[in-house]
Design a protein around this ligand. Structure first.
Ligand SMILES: [Zn+2]
Length: 508
């Protein structure tokens, strides 16, 4: 599943503070594509420009629910994935989303941070038609067949088949809001203009209404993040809007029979804790879907590889050995089980992604400093992940705990686990024997790669152990492998290790 959204991907973050811009953008006539690819890739003729042309084209209006359902069924029949770039949800989250869409249900996603909730919600727009016709100039995307705002009702009555229409693209039919305690009814649903009220317009006249984000997402998908943070009064407003299509604003009744799919997200503990969500609103979510972190190391690594930010480095190339990726993923997975880490908000895959970026950055920094052409992360680069880990996990307990110690600890356990997946105890015994009699090996994040290579010749059995991890012969890769083996032997209590002045010395 895709967990982080940045750089190349151009999908917004999990906390979409920036995403509450009006969810609609209407195409002007100049923008309506003359030729456009239909869902199956064939070109479609120019889109109708008036209600009359629309009727003549045989267009059949559908509700959002019907539309998504129809498109989902087509995807299932064609055996095509509904969500691209979502890893690890094939047998858990995705079938439940499909059932919810087939049932026309509103959905709430429950999960800790960094479980691709926002991405999944945004990808639901892929189930919408490529474009739908709307009354030109309508703020709430009225259907030309059944407009709900007064201006459009009057326009259609006046102009009939000559009424002009625009085409609203699927990407513009998605509205999103991060619920905060200061979110208002005006933000979500709308406000009335007291001056116009004073002029004598009666308040059921929507002409005096300034629409909020939900009406502006009419005929689309509206998503509210962190629903439990919404004040109870607003939850009641939201419920009334969904249930009765009717809402009180500043004491006036406003009727808004919107056509909307409501999707929400919440932390599971917030959602289930008493009093945070009013029961009638809870009941409006037909589907409550639990998201989760990647179950396997393989999925965790696949997400990291999909999401991490890769830059061009001029003449420095980089290579990340598998065991480095595995250690990074293992650190995150161990953190998710650690009693020293607060599990309420979770440990996002972003920790893995940022740690990968950090160890690669340190390797690149070394390569540039030493004038090497290949950057390969080593075990001695891992202490730097404190910068990319600490802000993303919460320490458990109130006593002063040392974050550095926690991360060192997780790293050691991860290296040991990964190492012991590659090596049996007796496989590195010849290597260890070399250290009897005072032999030592010095390593450092700043040591050039070539100085490691001689150890492969000097230490019996090391070459064989190295071959198990890589067939590469570049000094930079060999240096990384040698460090991994020495650290593995140390963590298996076969070698001692001392650290001083930025150097690590392995000995017996
Ligand atoms: Zn309208």
């Amino acid at each position: 599943m895709g967990f982080l959204f940045r750089g190349r991907k151009k999908v917004a973050k999990d906390s979409p503070e920036t995403a509450d811009a009006p969810g609609s953008r209407v195409l002007t006539r100049a923008e309506v594509p003359v030729k456009t690819a239909g869902p199956e890739g064939q070109p479609t003729p120019q889109r109708p420009r008036t209600l009359g042309e629309l009727k003549a084209s045989g267009y059949k209006p559908l509700s959002v629910r019907e539309e998504m359902r129809r498109n989902l069924i087509a995807l299932i029949k064609a055996k095509r994935p509904i969500f691209n770039g979502i890893i690890g949800y094939d047998n858990t989250v995705i079938p439940q989303v499909e059932n919810a869409v087939l049932s026309g249900q509103n959905i709430i996603f429950l999960g800790e941070r960094g479980q691709a909730k926002s991405r999944v919600m945004r990808l639901l727009t892929g189930l919408l038609d490529e474009a739908i016709p709307v009354v030109r100039g309508c703020e709430i995307n009225d259907s030309p067949f059944s407009p709900i705002c007064k201006a459009c009702r009057e326009k259609i009555a006046r102009e009939g088949d000559a009424a002009e229409i625009d085409w609203l693209l699927r990407a513009d039919r998605y509205g999103e809001k991060l619920a905060t305690p200061d979110t208002t009814i005006a933000d979500l649903i709308g406000d009335v203009d007291p001056i116009k009220v004073a002029e004598g317009r009666y308040l059921s006249d929507e002409l005096t209404m300034h629409y909020g984000i939900i009406p502006r997402t009419n005929r689309g998908i509206f998503c509210i993040n962190e629903l439990p943070d919404l004040m109870e009064r607003l939850q009641v407003g939201l419920f009334n809007l969904l249930e009765e299509a009717d809402i009180q604003i500043k004491g006036y009744r406003v009727r808004l029979p919107l056509d909307i799919i409501l999707v929400a997200s919440a932390n599971p503990e917030d959602y289930t804790s008493r009093g945070r969500i009013i029961t009638p609103l809870k009941d409006r979510f037909g589907a409550q879907i639990r998201t989760h972190y990647p179950v396997t190391l393989k999925d965790e690594i696949a997400i990291v590889e999909q999401e991490w930010q890769v830059f061009e480095n001029g003449d420095v190339d980089f290579f990340v050995p598998d065991y480095v990726k595995e250690v990074i993923a293992e650190i995150t997975q161990l953190a998710r089980k650690s009693p020293d880490v607060g599990q309420r908000s979770g440990v996002s895959v972003r920790v893995s992604i940022a740690n990968m970026e950090t160890v690669v950055a340190n390797a690149i920094r070394r390569a540039i400093m030493l004038g090497e052409k290949l950057a390969v992360p080593r075990i001695s680069d891992f202490p730097y992940i404190i910068a990319s880990t600490t802000g993303k996990i919460e320490m458990e307990g109130f006593e002063d705990k040392n974050e550095q110690k926690l991360i060192d600890d997780l790293t050691r356990r991860a290296v040991l686990t990964v190492f012991n997946r590659y090596f049996q105890f007796d496989e590195f015994e010849p290597v260890v024997r070399q250290f009897n009699g005072g032999f030592t090996v010095e390593t450092s994040e700043n040591m050039n790669a070539k100085s490691y290579v001689r150890y492969i010749k000097e230490i019996p059995g090391l070459a064989k152990a190295v071959k198990k991890l890589t067939s590469a012969e570049t000094p930079e890769t060999l240096a990384s492998v040698v460090e991994f083996i020495l650290e593995g032997a140390h963590l298996n209590k076969r070698l001692n290790k001392t650290k001083a002045a930025g150097k690590t010395v392995y000995k017996r």
